[in-house]
Ligand binder design. Structure first.
Ligand code: NAD
Length: 489
């Protein structure tokens, strides 16, 4: 078994308690590494190290050019170590190697370079008030910040958020998900390689209920960026009252993907499938898990989607030809299976799919202990079912028929979430009209799940708290705005 250590004050250390957690490979169901099971005292050490690093390095005051240079060195190190990091990520959370190696890590390096550019282009403004006043604003670092990460995309979240916080002049304490921590502990080596002052970046491995909770309630931390479920986000908001922490919450979703009868159906079938039957088995916050289909093309569309879904090979995430890997954890696998059962109990029709490891993997295969679910679609007219309302976080979608724009919009908006939405139509006027009425932070027209670091990303309703990551103002999330009024009369 490989062993990974916490990264605190530039040193690699086990948990103070000496306790460990196993990290399981979801492709086989077997432990492959161990990670520290830290506790609140390790979080205290990390916060102290971060405070000390800010004081000794003067990071908040070094030139923007110097911060950008360190970040560009980090991006180069990501490129150098892509192979090893992507293999660890795939072993740890089952996301197929073809995504981690060829899309996610190269994308992370490009995003870090973009953030380096933002560090060099940060500016406040002057405000014309009256002749005897000179008034201006400036963006200032917060100090010690924190990042809590989910298991479905650890490295992209880690690199983008840590780089943004560092670009803004902060130090950071990171709490990865205990189910997918190893790649992040390994990635800390890149900060040494890029010559960041020790202690600016700290990573504490452990359970959410212990380490995450200690981070959320720590009075020495001024800002938390949390990506994860709405339920945990709610808990973090409550804990953050201790010092009125600044929070960026990126939460769950139940996103509609709307197919109008006038759509290019070939493109829509491929786009709807790509939105939910993702290489990482639908474990995407923006998964298009409710497929709304205009009645006149409903039967044809479901039939074509079934054919497309059947062409996706489910299997070993290390194999570059695999179309879809496993669910990331035993607990999530159990959750997805319970929704497969619930869908039947609630009276939805199983349009296609529904099989899991026992039916998909031959006896004797090393993958037999893994957590596989095939692309699945339930059909119903009832948007009030639990499978229509709750985030399943697996390759399981619900199809609902509709007639006309009004019903499409009504159904699309009828969940507590507001993360993303897609629509497929050849009518440009309808595209604009419907987009305007959708309550979602991210809307895609004739595409789905397209993301770029230069475009803001955030959730509405219970999918977020109004903050946005990415885009030209990404550093503002990690800074305080100061207003200065100077009397010059
Ligand atoms: P989760 O909420 O269970 O865990 C996320 C993180 O919070 C983990 O590091 C976990 O250890 C920690 N945590 C758990 N309990 C905690 C507590 N009591 N106090 C503090 N921290 C705690 O989410 P998950 O299951 O790891 O990830 C899946 C969820 O993340 C889905 O809901 C998905 O939609 C969401 N997600 C959202 C986005 C987005 O950008 N909106 C992106 C990816 C994932």
């Amino acid at each position: 078994m490989e062993e990974f250590l916490n990264y605190i004050g530039g040193e690699r250390r086990p948990a103070r308690s000496g306790a460990w957690l196993d990290s399981v490979n979801p492709a086989t169901g077997k432990p492959w590494a161990r990670i520290p099971a830290s506790s609140a005292e390790d979080v205290d050490d990390a916060v102290q190290a971060a405070q000390q690093a800010l004081e000794t390095s003067g990071w908040a005051y070094v030139s923007a050019a110097e911060r950008a240079a360190r970040l560009r060195a980090l991006a180069d190190a990501i490129d150098t170590h892509t192979e090893r990091l992507s293999e660890i990520e795939t072993l740890d959370n089952g996301r197929p190697l073809r995504e981690t190696r060829f899309a996610q890590l190269p994308g992370a390096a490009l995003q870090v370079r973009y953030l380096a550019g933002l560090a060099e282009n940060l500016h406040g403004s002057t405000v014309d008030i009256r002749s005897e006043a000179f008034a201006y604003t400036s963006w200032e670092p917060i100090g010690v910040t924190a990042l809590i990460i989910p298991w479905n995309g650890p490295l992209p979240v880690f690199f983008s958020k840590v780089a943004a916080s560092l670009a803004a002049g902060n130090a950071i304490v990171v709490k990865p998900a205990q189910q997918a921590t190893a790649s992040i502990l390994e990635a800390t080596r890149l900060f040494d390689e890029a010559s960041f002052p020790p202690g600016l970046v700290n990573v504490v491995s452990g359970r959410g209920s212990e380490v995450g909770d200690a981070v959320a309630g720590h009075p020495g931390i001024g800002k938390i960026s949390f990506t994860g479920s709405t339920e945990t986000g709610r808990h973090i908001m409550q804990r953050a009252t201790v010092n009125i922490k600044n929070l960026l919450l990126e939460l769950g979703g139940k996103s509609p993907n709307i197919v109008f009868a006038d759509a290019d159906l070939d493109a829509a079938v491929a786009g709807v499938a790509a939105g939910i039957f993702t290489p990482n088995a639908g474990q995407a916050c923006v998964a298009g898990s409710r497929v709304l289909i205009e009645s006149s093309v409903y039967d044809e569309f479901v039939e074509r989607l079934a054919a497309h879904a059947q062409s996706i090979t489910v299997g070993d995430p290390m194999d570059l030809s695999t179309g879809m890997g496993p669910i990331a954890t035993q607990a999530q696998y159990d959750t997805v299976r319970s929704y497969l059962q619930l869908g039947r109990e609630e009276g939805a029709d199983l349009a296609f799919g529904g099989r899991t490891t026992a039916d998909l993997v031959k006896e004797g295969s090393p993958l037999r202990g893994g957590y596989y679910v095939e692309p699945t679609l339930f059909a119903t007219r009832d948007n009030g079912l639990r499978i229509s309302q709750e985030e399943i976080f697996g390759p399981v979608a619900v199809a609902l028929p509709f007639d006309g724009d009004d019903q499409a919009v009504e159904l699309a908006n009828d969940t507590p979430y507001g993360l993303a939405a897609g629509l497929w139509t050849e009518d440009v006027r309808r595209a604009h009209r419907v987009t305007r009425r959708l309550r979602a932070g991210n809307v895609w027209v004739n595409t789905y799940k397209a993301m770029h670091w230069a475009l803001p990303f955030g959730g509405h309703k219970q999918s977020g708290n109004g903050g946005t990551a990415n885009g030209p103002t990404a550093l503002h999330e990690w800074m305080d705005l100061k207003a200065v009024w100077m009397n010059i009369g």
